[in-house]
Design a binder for this molecule. Sequence first.
Ligand SMILES: *Cc1c(COP(=O)(O)O)cnc(C)c1O
Length: 394
Amino acid sequence: MTTPLPAPICPPRRILMGPGPSEISPRVLAALGAQTVGHLDPYFLQVMDETQAMLRQVFRTENQMTLAVSGTGSAGMETCVVNLIEPGDKMVVCVNGVFGGRMVDVAERAGAVVTKVERPFGEIIPAAAIQEAVDKVKPKVVGIVHAETSTGAWQPLEEISKIVHAAGALLLVDCVTSLGGLPVEIDAWGIDAAYSGTQKCLSCPPGLGPVTFSARAVEAIDKRKTKVQSWYLDMAMVRNYWSSQSRVYHHTAPINMNFGLHEALRIVLEEGLEKRFARHQENHVALKAGLAAMGIDYAVAEPHQLPTLNAVKIPAGCDDKAVRGLLLNEFGIEIGGGLGSMAGKVWRIGLMGDASSRRNVLLFLGALERCLATQGIKVSPGAGVAAAIAAYGK
Ligand SMILES: *Cc1c(COP(=O)(O)O)cnc(C)c1O
């Protein structure tokens, strides 16, 4: 008996306004579909060099060790942690959402002795709490999430960086939902190690994890007494493949994913970082005005609301899953539900990369009005769209 051949891949058209992946430019999709070359082909080596140079611009750093790890954002997280941590090293990890929690798990598996600085979901980590923790623990590394995608909280970093460095520790930052959407200043803020993912504000499909390590972080890696726990993510070997001086085969790079990232970075730099951040901010402000006019509040207090991930309270009496289902089935719009302690209580509306557009904001507000009507929730007709249009000005 033969099983019938499955239908060819033909995904439905979606508008990706969830916590990632975000919308992808046709230019990036075309680059992904380019002819595959060898992982040591001179053409590919040039693409790697150019990608590193563009990543340095987007990370705003001169760091030599800046490259794209073969794996998603979590692989970026794991790369930073396992290369900086040796068994028994002390690490402080800030936990105010799911991704801080994931960093604890990764660090403990790498043998770190972890001290958590915890705050409820939706809040930021105050600098004073970090001061207290580093004074007590004297850690080698402090890890923190810049943009907590699970809660919508935007963590300030500059003051924390000063505290961490004064304590002689290294600062590790999760920039997955900020890189390419919000200012990330690796050098100016003194961040020692950072990782991101391709499918959030860089608007590339998931698959690569951009990372960067400062000279201090590289020194810590060079001084290790033990081998990095992960063979695949060992920067001592990975960097020899990415370095134009050596080019030693380590693993076969996902060639076409790197083509896609190359084009996505070209698009980011073509728009310009400042303009891109301003666009993310403008669409966030308009969405917020529209939601306010419909009686919907944010789950995070001002001024810590992320423009790239809008976590809003689900109106009382409204069925979370029914509304998200209707948005998807009637309008093709994907948004996210709440995670952890926020499950069933919030919606997470992503405005990342290409998805941060006037078209999406106005379409979403109109679609949401229709969905709320099916739930018997009354909003004054057109109020959300009108308020957003007013926010955009003339
Ligand atoms: C998405 C995300 C990750 C994990 O990235 P994956 O690509 O899902 O592996 C880590 N941290 C934050 C803040 C994220 O938003």
